[in-house]
Ligand binder design. Structure first.
Ligand code: GRF
Length: 206
């Protein structure tokens, strides 16, 4: 893959947007040669929208309740992303499962961050799943999105220890700290053209 001159990102959000903020901060400090072309939220009250607006980033409120089915919603999402010439789609706390319409429109160009060490604990409440299972280590995973749920090729992972007295909140906080480091790092690798996907395996050029 060749390096993008100034990689255009489309960031999809549903919530508070701390990962979005970390990405914005890395771009603004010159750490990533990318532009956030648009932030799209399916929730009109997502705080992530305020964060984007604070930095002059175009926002689109794209509510799923206005669409009869998931496929139609995703078709419209693809149109918005195309209109903004997006090269990499970033799921930063976007609380919806994508249909094949979205996934096939951006092959190996949709990144998600998951708050567990995949393939362990996919789906919702990953931190609580990890606590309930009794693992000694958890963490986060940045992966490309494929047609499954949290099953795509893994780009980067970061590990955090699980302490005896950790709660869902305390473990989530430790994991989020790592998310804010590895998600921008993975985006940077993509923007620099350093990621190659071979089946399930991701090769990162030095
Ligand atoms: C993160 O914990 C991420 O792992 C999950 O959704 C959460 C989003 O948090 N996919 P934020 O909106 O970026 O603060």
């Amino acid at each position: 893959m060749t390096a993008k001159v100034n990689c255009r990102l489309g960031v999809l959000v549903s919530g508070s947007g701390t990962n979005l903020q970390a990405i914005i901060d890395h771009i603004e400090s010159g750490g990533i040669a990318a532009t956030i072309a648009c932030v799209i939220s399916n929730k009109p009250d997502a705080y992530a929208l305020t964060r984007a607006a604070n930095h002059g980033i175009p926002v689109v409120i794209h509510e799923n309740r206005n669409f009869s089915d998931r496929n139609e919603y995703d078709k419209a999402t693809v149109e918005i992303l195309r209109k903004h010439d997006v090269e990499l789609v970033v799921l930063a706390g976007f609380m919806r499962i994508l249909t094949d319409t979205m996934v096939n429109a951006f092959p190996n160009a949709i990144m998600n961050i998951h708050p567990a060490l995949l393939p362990s604990f996919p789906g919702l409440h990953a931190q609580q799943q990890a606590l309930d299972y009794g693992v000694r280590y958890s963490g986060c995973t940045v992966h490309f999105v494929d047609n499954g749920t949290d099953t795509g090729p893994i780009i980067l992972q970061s590990v955090v220890p699980v302490e005896q007295d950790d709660t869902e909140e305390s473990l989530s906080a430790k994991i989020q700290k790592e998310e804010h480091r590895v998600f921008p790092a993975a985006i940077k690798l993509f923007a620099e053209g350093k990621i190659q996907v071979n089946g399930r395996r991701v090769r990162i050029s030095p």
